[in-house]
Design a binder for this molecule. Sequence first.
Ligand code: FAD
Ligand code: NAD
Length: 403
Amino acid sequence: MKRPNIVILGAGFGGLITAVNLQKTLAAGDANITLINKHDYHYQTTWLHEPAAGTMNPDQARVYINDIVNPSRVKFVKGIVDRVDTAGKQVMLEDGSVVEYDYVVFGLGGVPETFGIPGLKEHAMTISSLNSVRKIKEHIEYSFAQYKTNGSSDNSFVTIVVGGAGFTGVEFLGEIVNRIPELCKQYDVPREAVRIVNIEAAPTVLPGFDPELTTYAQKWLERKGVEMKLGNGIKGVEPGIVTFGPLKGETTETIKANTIIWTGGVSGSPIIEKSGFEAVRNRVMVEADNRAPGHDNVFIIGDCSAVMDPASNRPYPPTAQIATQQAHNVAKNIAALINGKSTSKFTYESKGTVASLGHNDGIGIVMGKKIFGRNASFMKKVIDNKHFIELKKYGLVLKKGKF
Ligand code: FAD
Ligand code: NAD
């Protein structure tokens, strides 16, 4: 009998853990496993705020795929997925090549959602890939250098505007405020010339999160000099100029800023829509076993998927935590189907949420208990290092882990 082809799209949190689990669960003769990813490395999306601010070397956040998977069991293809033809069971790559599948797993992650706000896509930077965060770091450094070479009279060179105070915005702000003193020293910029401005549409940072923890984060950021413009949404961006104001009102203000970073939300990969799936913001409401409705051999996980939270009757937020748990379920389900068994239902078990505020501080809820400060920071590092354990690469904790 022909060995089934399992094709995994994306080597992020969901895709890579699916591949590692399938390589462990299936015997060599059971199936051909192919993993397709844009780059020959995996990056920890959850760490990207650090290299963006320049507080971590980008290399620490990446691991080469062939150092994780067993190349004799998982064929790695470096390529960009353009579209999936579900009727023909084929994956089309941008270079024109075609990969046939019997089972496909979508783990292509998300892209920044700009809600059609004029100029945002063109003139703001995002924390979305290793390359995008390298650009942010270098742009900030170059802007600090320009402040001096342009006569030290134009503060916009050292003004950084961050749009959005969700977890990505808050974690980035937590890193950049700690880097400012070093940047000022290195580029001979007076601290009082620097402005870090956060524009958040909701009345608080981290809307919807525990109010005590939200207040802690907000006060921490304000103490570090972040100007908070809460209750204000970004309405437009031109090169070096941000227009903002209450989203429901007509009034607007502008800020001149050489660095504009957008962290206002994510949607799923555009490959979802291109492949003909019904979705909201490119997130497919998956069946109980993580399959796409009406597609017996298509699994969708991570930021491309939506799983309903019965408690809130809204989809769970897209996180690495849920992508990882879905990956375990999908690997198990594909192995079951290959072995003629039925699939099992996915149940998400939230272990909590922890966010960093720089290297030594943070906030979080773990097992229903609130944590702050150094305890939260320690817990965040434990969680970050746990990813290497999930990948079954214990040595990486010492080599790339956070301490
Ligand atoms: P990803 O991990 O993003 O991986 C997608 C992969 O697909 C990437 O390797 C990408 O290169 C590849 N790819 C994309 N398009 C193509 C294509 N067309 N062809 C080929 N390959 C492609 N969540 C938490 O649970 N905890 C946290 O602490 C946390 N911190 C975060 C911090 C930041 C700064 C950010 C931005 C997000 C954070 N998240 C966190 C959210 C989390 O990172 C995502 O929900 C998670 O990465 C989603 O996993 P995924 O497998 O769907 O996609
Ligand atoms: P998000 O959608 O969670 O937050 C976006 C923020 O931008 C919201 O606060 C929203 O009110 C604000 N916003 C939207 N439009 C705006 C506008 N026009 N102007 C100003 N503000 C605007 O997005 P995110 O922070 O990128 O997070 C994405 C996902 O990743 C979430 O599910 C999050 O939980 C997860 N994440 C988790 C962690 C963690 O657990 N430590 C860290 C980062 C991200």
